[in-house]
Structure formats: structure tokens, C-alpha cells
Design a protein around this ligand. Structure first.
Ligand code: UP5
Ligand code: MG
Length: 195
């Protein structure tokens, strides 16, 4: 995409910090297109005939980052489809969560305007995910997988946040509050960036 053709905001934060919840609210009020990398991977995993189904299933269960070729291709396809329908403003949720993905995406698809980063204590995220796990059907909402997801987040994904922070492109929001209070802060954060 050429400069200005699409606006990309990355939404990052630990597992269960509320990326999906807050993104859904922003879609309703601001007309963003919300693309969750995790949702795209789960859909691809289920797609009949996908050659990546088993690989994706394993990586997600182990809380590891699926090789970037798979995820970047899924995102690129989804962005192009939405752009063809007239969409311009994208919330990319749960991506990039490894440095190679960040560099590839910004080199080949689009630079990001900034990253909305959700801060939340692990203890709170663990409680949320275990609660959700009672009904979510997600193969990674169990203590073993959650522990691995937390480790991957700290070791592999935080360097991406640090990288964007050095470019002064991170807006932090504390998420350890009720959904609507967090949302008020999210809206303020976007306002601070002129959105
Ligand atoms: N909840 C939310 N906000 C709340 C609040 N303020 N107060 C109280 N409760 C709140 O929320 C989680 C739960 O908490 C929900 O029940 C919600 O109601 C409640 P949600 O909005 O779903 O949080 P989110 O941050 O989106 O959590 P999610 O579990 O989706 O985060 P992950 O980052 O772990 O999951 P994702 O789907 O992004 O990735 C899953 C896996 O896919 C990764 O582990 C990885 O294996 C793989 N992946 C890749 O390999 N590459 C990628 O690029 C992306 C993913
Ligand atoms: Mg999510």
C-alpha cells in the first residue's frame, strides 16, 4: 500500500488483557476494521484443505508464535479484501508479536501509525482467561497453555513493544479496570493521536 492508502494501528498486550474486547467497541463507535491475527489463524486452522491446520493447532496450544509467513499472508489477504470494499482504517489485534513480523509487515504491507498497548498484571489476565476457558472452547485457555503464552509474551512480544516505543509510537493503557472504564481511556489515547 502507498502512503496514506491505509491507516494501521497495532493493538498489543498480554493474553487476556482485553485486545479483542476493546477492539470490538472501537469498531462499533469508530468504524475501524478489526483484524485479530489469532482469529485469522484459528479460522485458517479450521479451513478444510488448509495445509497449515495441524501446524497452527500445535503452535497455538503451545503458546508459540506461528511462523510469520503464515500469519503475514493471512493478514495481507484480509486487509486487501477489506480495502477493496472501501476500508481504510485497520486495528490489527495481537500482531506483530515477534520482531520478524513487525519488520516484514512494515516493509511489505504498511507502516503503522502507532501501537495501542494494554498493560495488565498477569494475575488478572490469568483469572480472566481461566474464566473464559470454561466456555470459550479455545485449546489454549488452560493453565499449561496460558503459562506458555505469558512466557512468549514477555520474551518474544515485549521486544516489539520496546522497538516501537523507541520510535515514540506506543500509547499505553492500563487495563486492570472494568471494560467501560478501560474503553474511556482507550478513546482518550486515540484522541491524543488525533483520532
Ligand atoms: N475481559 C476483557 N476485558 C476485561 C475487563 N476490563 N475487565 C474484566 N474482564 C475483561 O478478553 C479476555 C477475557 O477477559 C474475556 O473473557 C473478556 O470478556 C474478559 P479479550 O478481549 O479476549 O482479551 P485478548 O487480549 O484479546 O485475549 P486473547 O486471549 O485473545 O489474547 P492472546 O493474545 O493470547 O490471543 P490471540 O488470539 O491474539 O493469539 C492466540 C495465539 O495465536 C497465540 O498464543 C499464538 O500462538 C498465535 N498467534 C501467532 O502465532 N501469531 C500472531 O501474530 C498472533 C497469534
Ligand atoms: Mg483476542
Amino acid at each position: 500500500f502507498k502512503d496514506g492508502e491505509v491507516n494501521v494501528i497495532f493493538v498489543l498486550g498480554g493474553p487476556g488483557s482485553g485486545k479483542g474486547t476493546q477492539s470490538a467497541l472501537l469498531v462499533k463507535d469508530h468504524g475501524f476494521v478489526h483484524l485479530s491475527a489469532g482469529d485469522l489463524l484459528r479460522a485458517e486452522q479450521k479451513r478444510e484443505g488448509s495445509k497449515y491446520g495441524e501446524l497452527i493447532a500445535q503452535y497455538i496450544r503451545d503458546g508459540l508464535i506461528v511462523p510469520q509467513e503464515v500469519t503475514v499472508a493471512l493478514l495481507e489477504q484480509a486487509i486487501k479484501e477489506e480495502h477493496a470494499k472501501g476500508a481504510k482504517n485497520f486495528l490489527i489485534d495481537g500482531f506483530p508479536r515477534k520482531m520478524d513480523q513487525a519488520l516484514t509487515f512494515e516493509d511489505t504491507i504498511s507502516k503503522s501509525k502507532f501501537t495501542l498497548f494494554f498493560e495488565c498484571p498477569e494475575k488478572v489476565m490469568l483469572e480472566r482467561l481461566l474464566e473464559r476457558g470454561k466456555t470459550s472452547g479455545r485449546t489454549d485457555d488452560n493453565v499449561e497453555s496460558i503459562t506458555k503464552r505469558f512466557r512468549t509474551f514477555v520474551e518474544t512480544s515485549m521486544p516489539v513493544v520496546d522497538y516501537f516505543e523507541k520510535q515514540d509510537k506506543v500509547v499505553k493503557v492500563n487495563c486492570n479496570q472494568p471494560v467501560n472504564e478501560v474503553y474511556e481511556k482507550v478513546k482518550q489515547a486515540l484522541k491524543s493521536k488525533g483520532i
